[in-house]
Design a protein around this ligand. Structure first.
Ligand code: SF4
Length: 404
């Protein structure tokens, strides 16, 4: 199958999935309307009020509930027909390529089949190639890989580095500027989106810290910021056809079981619409941590000094998912840099009456960091030294100097 037919089929998968989702939403609404109608019926039946006004109120509530149920039932029927039609359209379009399977029944399998071995072809066909970068080591290795591929395909101009800036209240100093320099080094565009107030404001508003089960911070501060950027990038293209967007994310399989299950390419049916077909690509899924550092070292790429200070990730200064020792080290680095984040978060904990993690408070982390004192035992290149050895670090520092 040629790539254009493949893209056309992927768009039919998108339409089918979106139609199914609309049907599911319509069914949920209808179920709620039934519950509301039943409640209105019971209220009327149970009412022993003789007062005309009260009875009239209950009757009118029941009529409104019945009306809503009828409307929602019609909407669910229409959504069902639309979902069925979208599924049939997809099946018909796929039939010439199919070996007897029914794609409507397993769109995930169809996507796997359509995407298999197509990443480089997709890069060539894409209209825009956003690269989501936190500025961390994985984002950096990913950017290098994407830029290498895009350059080989003559598509470097389509690459845009997108950074969700969580702000000074959450992140280490200099992250945004670092991402801008990383983009500049490759001569690609850089866009920063603000997540006003970052983690601190989110917790303050919610009165609770997020956790691994409710990771609102990543969805609200990072993922949700992406949609307006994609809209802007597609609008700028001014195309009279549907744009193809390949959106790159730097996750790695060895980081977690959930990430191991991620495919290299996936159709994003939430971000996609009639104006844009959005494909999410995970181009460094196969990379080990050592390979990430090798990419950085061998190419003299600039990374954030927080890694040299022994932090494993360039996350929020106080990441809700981090372990105790990591957090204490981060707080000790704050002492070195004169940052007041741990104190501010400890005050926030006291104010909202909710601790940072179930069994660990920032107040404890901060107290322990103060007991151990500021971090002083690190220098530039230590992260490479730790992962790849002394010689690799020396070569890296020379390359970095040459690239400056
Ligand atoms: S770095 Fe940690 S705290 Fe910050 S947004 Fe990500 S998961 Fe949440």
């Amino acid at each position: 199958m040629d790539i254009r037919s493949c893209l056309a089929l992927l768009d039919l998968v998108r339409l089918s999935e979106q139609a199914d989702r609309s049907f599911a939403t319509a069914c949920r609404r209808h179920a709620k309307a039934i519950t509301a109608r039943r409640a209105a019926e019971s209220a009327l039946a149970d009412s022993d009020s003789e007062e005309g006004k009260v009875r009239a109120g209950l009757v009118s509530r029941l009529e409104a509930a019945r009306r809503r149920q009828r409307e929602d039932s019609l909407k669910a029927q229409r959504a069902f027909l639309a979902a069925r039609a979208a599924g049939k359209r997809l099946s018909r379009a796929y039939a010439p390529y199919a070996a007897g399977s029914a794609p409507g029944a397993n769109r995930a399998a169809l996507c796997r089949e359509l995407f298999a071995g197509r990443l480089l072809e997709l890069i060539g066909q894409a209209d825009v190639l956003p690269v989501q970068s936190s500025g961390g080591k994985d984002s950096l290795a990913m950017l290098h890989r994407v830029v290498t591929w895009a350059r080989a395909a003559g598509c470097l101009h389509k690459v845009v580095v997108v950074h969700a800036d969580l702000g000074e209240s959450s992140e280490w100093p200099g992250v945004r500027e670092l991402v801008a320099r990383q983009a500049e080094r490759y001569g690609v565009r850089f866009i920063a989106v603000e997540a006003e107030g970052g983690l601190y404001r989110l917790v303050e508003k919610r009165g609770k810290f997020p956790d691994s089960k409710n990771r609102l911070c990543t969805s609200q501060l990072k993922r949700d910021r992406l949609a307006p950027v994609i809209t802007l990038l597609v609008q700028e293209l001014g195309l009279s056809r549907q744009a193809v967007v390949v959106n790159f994310m730097g996750i790695r399989a060895e980081e977690s079981a959930a990430r191991r299950r991620k495919p290299e390419l996936a159709l994003d049916t939430r971000l996609g619409n009639g104006n844009r077909l959005v494909v999410t690509a995970h181009p460094i899924l196969d990379m080990s941590e050592t390979e990430v550092w090798q990419t950085i070292a061998q190419n003299g790429l600039e990374y954030h000094p927080a890694y040299d200070a022994g932090l494993p990730r360039l996350s929020c200064i106080l990441c809700v998912l981090a372990g105790r020792e990591w957090l204490i080290r981060a707080a000790r680095l704050c002492l070195t840099l004169g940052l007041t984040h741990p104190q501010r978060y400890a005050d926030l904990e006291a104010r909202i009456g909710h601790t940072f993690q179930k069994k660990l408070s920032v107040a404890e982390i901060w107290a322990e960091a103060q007991r151990r004192g500021p971090l002083e035992d690190w220098e530039r290149g230590d992260a490479i030294r730790r992962h790849l050895g002394e010689e690799a670090a020396a070569q890296y520092l020379r390359r970095l100097e040459l690239a400056a």
